[in-house]
Write a protein that binds this ligand. Structure first.
Ligand SMILES: Nc1ncnc2c1ncn2[C@@H]1O[C@H](COP(=O)(O)OP(=O)(O)OP(=O)(O)O)[C@@H](O)[C@H]1O
Length: 299
């Protein structure tokens, strides 16, 4: 299988700054892949290397099985694209189409895809930020790329603009195109991505489906005395599965073990006043992986 993206052991230094540290990730055909991490984690640097805009310090990038630097199957929106403010959206795309040798008919197709056909004749300067971003996606789609790379596509958008962009990305994914998008917004990627790679301080710290990342359920236990209950739980489950948070124990384990655990805690002389199964909060997973809180804005 020729993977759209296969990054191996990528390292990028800017002088003394290690921006990307032996990062490996793969994007599979037809999936929407979320490249998630806090600001400064190394996402843009990785995408710039992938697009051939930056030279890596070491490591390898293969696109569709090739490492010869051919970026023809790739369309990207990586920085605010430079459009002419006094031209309409349609005219801007026509300029780009001419410049890239793309047929004029593609302009109408991509305007349609991003939902700007009606407003295609309006001046770019009059567009909302969300429309400007969508025009950027339209520009990236002109060449009908097999892989679309979007760097923080919802950055700065209001909630309605974010929702439009999410719907657009979902549609693009559903139509069979492979999409790689970066974001620091956890809520955003969990809504639209098939798989997620989490990057922290230049390293990929997890790569999984959203459900896999969340990793099942958590048993929430209130028992007295709590430190003793934590000891007993650690003996039963292993210390790495026990956390004390907000006056309760959070135990990473299967829901079926609830009754057994209750029995063991009571048998150890503890007073158990609450025991319930909760879904693991992805926010918390992100925090554990990166040491930083995600942003709730898009959740
Ligand atoms: N041209 C540069 N020169 C020096 N350091 C840089 C340069 N570009 C990025 N960095 C540093 O590299 C690290 C990774 O930056 P990068 O922009 O790739 O992160 P990011 O995850 O995309 O974050 P953001 O979303 O804030 O852009 C940061 O510490 C940043 O300060």
């Amino acid at each position: 299988m020729n993977l759209p993206v296969d990054i191996r052991e990528l390292t990028k230094r800017y002088g003394g700054v290690l921006a990307v540290d032996r990062l490996s990730l793969t994007v599979r055909p037809g999936e929407v892949y979320g490249f998630l991490g806090p600001n400064g984690a190394g996402k843009t640097t990785t995408l710039r290397v992938l697009l051939g805009l930056l030279r890596p310090t070491s490591g390898q990038v293969r696109l569709f099985g090739r490492d010869d630097g051919d970026r023809s199957p790739v369309g990207a929106l990586i920085e605010s694209p430079a459009f002419y403010p006094y031209l309409s959206g349609r005219e801007n795309l026509r300029v780009l189409a001419r410049y890239t040798g793309t047929g004029k008919d593609r302009v109408e197709t991509v305007l349609d895809t991003v939902g700007l056909r009606e407003r295609g004749g309006d001046r770019y300067a009059a567009y909302s930020l969300g429309m400007k971003q969508r025009l950027g996606v339209a520009a990236a789609l002109l060449k009908d790329p097999r892989l679309l790379v979007l760097d923080e596509p919802t950055n700065g958008l209001d909630p309605a603009g974010m929702a439009d962009m999410r719907a657009l990305i979902r549609d693009l994914g559903a139509s069979g195109r492979t999409v790689l998008l970066s974001s620091h917004l956890l809520g955003e990627v969990q809504q639209i991505c098939d798989r997620v790679g989490v990057v922290s301080r230049g390293k990929l710290v997890a790569e999984n489906t959203v459900a896999g990342l969340r990793g099942g359920s958590v048993l929430h236990v209130v028992a007295d005395p709590l430190p003793r209950a934590a000891e007993v739980a650690a003996r039963l489950l292993g210390a790495d599965r026990v956390r004390v948070r907000g006056g309760a124990l959070e135990l990473t384990t299967e829901p079926e073990k609830a009754a057994w655990l209750n029995g063991e805690l009571v048998a150890a002389g503890l007073g158990v006043s609450e025991l319930r199964v909760t879904e693991r909060d992805l926010e918390q997973v992100f925090f554990e992986l990166t040491g930083e809180g995600g942003d709730h804005a898009a959740a």
